[in-house]
Design a protein around this ligand. Structure first.
Ligand code: SRM
Ligand code: SF4
Length: 562
């Protein structure tokens, strides 16, 4: 243990949980309440679910002396974010039968369903199981969904490297059979030794853990915002191995100066499947053994690395691995957004990337997105790939099928919806926030589209409407929309108020810094108007907004770059 301080409450819950079973079975059958017993609310996260309530209805429920309107969010484990059309059809049905009906593509390349009532959790999980989908370890103090560059067309080696996402995800799955017993009614395990877990033991990790794989030239996964960032090194058309960065993390807590966002530190280069997996595994064990288990605010790997020091961390890693890391090899990112519309792959198949504003798949007056995607899945000629920018790539389309896909894209207005989205909007991200996120201080996905409609005229006024600018909004400083890696970050401080950060770079290698505090909408618009004017008039040729903000010292001090 790294600290002699008192363990946090969650540590006790984990070790006393009987391998994540807790009293979940009892909590589920208690129909007096829509909620779970307290400890089970922590444990259910390891099964990929969160207890939530409808925050829009809290006051009304409290006034009527009713329990809050509890429901559950499920998040799927989906390494590299890929689904077959059959799985999309199933997901669509499950969304309709058990949740609000809206499918939410997340910033970690998977999907969430919200508003699932307690009695619907088990049927929903059982239905997912028939589709070979699960939510094991999608949340909780374990390795989460392993994300992977989403665009097959940008690198000829995309398919070759893709399997690492699944290999790592499977290597880092908890060994407990609790998920199968509780949700799928599998027989209770009698010999507990069968689920001995050398990686997680009985205490799991001190905190959530995230791994991303980037395939240059794309950094669409924001590789430096992850606990482990693997950057594929490609030379002369050959995949050589990965540069490994560690200790990225994008959350802070307002008013707690010991918390900070951090980009991952480069540890070195590793080649060969066995050594790559070993290095990833041992980084996780170091965090397991040295991470802070007293203060959950300081428990992520970024704090462990800063406490130990990057060089000592590398030495410990090499000791555990039994081999040395080579110095990091050259790589070059060129783009971090999604490549919308049609793209041709090396294997002569096609992709069409659909704009999915803030990841919300539903029908509205301008586009029957959900119905259209269902029709495309029924047609069976596309694969579904989620992006970490909350969009969707319809991939693996054969030449002979392209016309059929075009017909459906047009019939449901999906192509028009994608093409008409302006540059700022299509690159923007907003987290969930209200009404389901219990930690939200301000709106995000319900508000950003309207705010962008007010920012777009300002861009046009200064001739910037076709510029590539990355704007991201989060309802609190946890950074779920990776707002600290944006050129413009809006970070909720209170209802209707945001800190405005600027100075992040276009490629996701430098964090932004706070520019203005607690702005309401009129002040946001006024500040951006002035910023855009200055940028339009004074930028150097080709200079990105974030780089301009740094060169002109609009935000000061220590710029943190990967
Ligand atoms: Fe997140 C907690 C939503 C990506 C940092 N995040 C939450 C919870 C579960 C709130 C809670 O703890 O009860 C949110 C659920 C809202 C809801 O109603 O659905 C939530 N996070 C999301 C998603 C859905 C945002 C989205 O709109 O896409 C993303 C789901 C990703 C996934 O599929 O796994 C999501 N969260 C992120 C990211 C971005 C990333 O990983 O690339 C971050 C910043 C990166 C990082 O981890 O450093 C992020 N979420 C957090 C944190 C702060 C963690 C920390 O280090 O302190 C919390 C709060 C916590 O863990 O205590 C949090
Ligand atoms: Fe909730 Fe904050 Fe994450 Fe947004 S950033 S989903 S408000 S925890």
């Amino acid at each position: 243990m790294s600290t002699s301080q008192k363990l946090s409450v969650v540590e006790r819950i984990k070790t006393n949980s009987d391998a994540l079973r807790g009293t979940l079975k009892e909590s589920l059958t208690d129909d007096i309440t829509g909620s779970l017993r307290e400890d089970d609310q922590s444990l259910i996260k390891f099964h990929g679910l969160y207890q939530q309530d409808d925050r829009d209805r809290r006051e009304e429920r409290s006034a009527k002396k009713l329990e809050w309107l509890y429901s559950y969010m499920i998040r799927l484990r989906l390494p590299a974010g890929i689904m077959t059309p059959q799985q999309w059809i199933g997901l669509n049905h499950i969304a309709g039968e058990h949740s609000t009906g809206t499918i939410k593509i997340t910033t970690r390349q998977t999907v969430q369903l919200h508003g699932i009532l307690k009695s619907h959790i088990k049927p929903a999980i059982q239905s997912f199981n028939t589709l070979h989908l699960d939510s094991i370890a999608a949340c909780g103090d374990v390795n989460r969904n392993v994300i992977y560059s989403a665009h097959p067309a940008t690198s000829p080696l995309h398919k070759e490297i893709e399997d690492y996402a699944t290999w790592i995800s499977e290597m880092a799955l908890p060994k407990t059979r609790a998920y199968y017993e509780i949700w799928l009614d599998k027989e209770q395990i009698l010999n507990k030794e069968e689920e001995t877990d050398p990686l997680y033991q009985d205490r799991y990790l001190p905190r959530k853990f995230k791994i991303a794989i980037a395939v240059p030239p794309d950094n669409d996964v924001d590789v430096f915002g992850n606990d482990i960032g693997l950057i594929a090194v490609i030379d002369n058309g050959k995949f050589l191995g990965f540069n490994i960065a560690a200790g990225g993390g994008l959350s802070t807590t307002h008013g707690n100066a010991s918390t900070y966002a951090r980009v991952g530190s480069m540890l070195g280069f590793v080649s060969g499947k066995e050594n790559i997996l070993k290095a990833v595994y041992e980084i996780i064990t170091i965090q397991r053994d040295f991470g802070n288990r007293s203060d959950r605010k300081l428990a992520r790997l970024k704090y462990t690395i800063d406490r130990i020091g990057v060089d000592n961390f590398r030495t410990e890693l090499e000791k555990r691995c039994g081999f040395r890391l080579e110095p990091a090899k050259p790589y070059s990112f060129k783009y971090r957004g999604d490549h919308f519309g049609w793209q041709r792959n090396q294997d002569k198949t096609w992709n069409y990337t659909v704009f999915t504003e803030n990841g919300l798949v539903k029908d509205d007056t301008s586009c029957a997105l959900k119905t259209g995607l269902y029709a495309l899945a029924e047609q069976g000629k596309v694969m579904f790939r989620f992006t970490c920018n909350q969009n969707l790539v319809l991939s693996d389309i054969k030449d002979k099928d392209k016309e059929d896909v075009i017909k459906l894209l047009s019939q449901f207005g999906i192509d028009a919806h994608t093409e008409k989205a302006g540059m700022l909007r299509r690159n923007a991200i907003a987290c969930v926030a209200f009404p389901t996120c219990p930690l939200a201080l301000a709106e995000a996905q319900r508000y950003l589209p309207a705010l962008i409609s007010k920012i777009e005229p300002l861009l046009s006024k200064h001739g910037l409407e076709n510029d590539e600018i990355y704007l991201r909004m989060t309802g609190c400083p946890n950074g779920c929309g990776r707002s600290y890696l944006a050129e413009i970050g809006l970070i909720g401080t209170a209802y209707g108020k945001y800190n405005l950060h600027i100075g992040g770079d276009r490629l996701g290698e430098r964090l932004n810094l706070k520019y203005r505090e607690n702005l309401e909408e009129p002040a946001i618009l006024e500040t951006l108007d002035a910023l855009f004017e200055q940028y339009a008039n004074e930028r150097e040729p080709g200079e990105a907004l974030g780089d301009f903000a740094i060169r002109r010292k609009l935000v000061g001090g220590n710029f943190v770059t990967a």
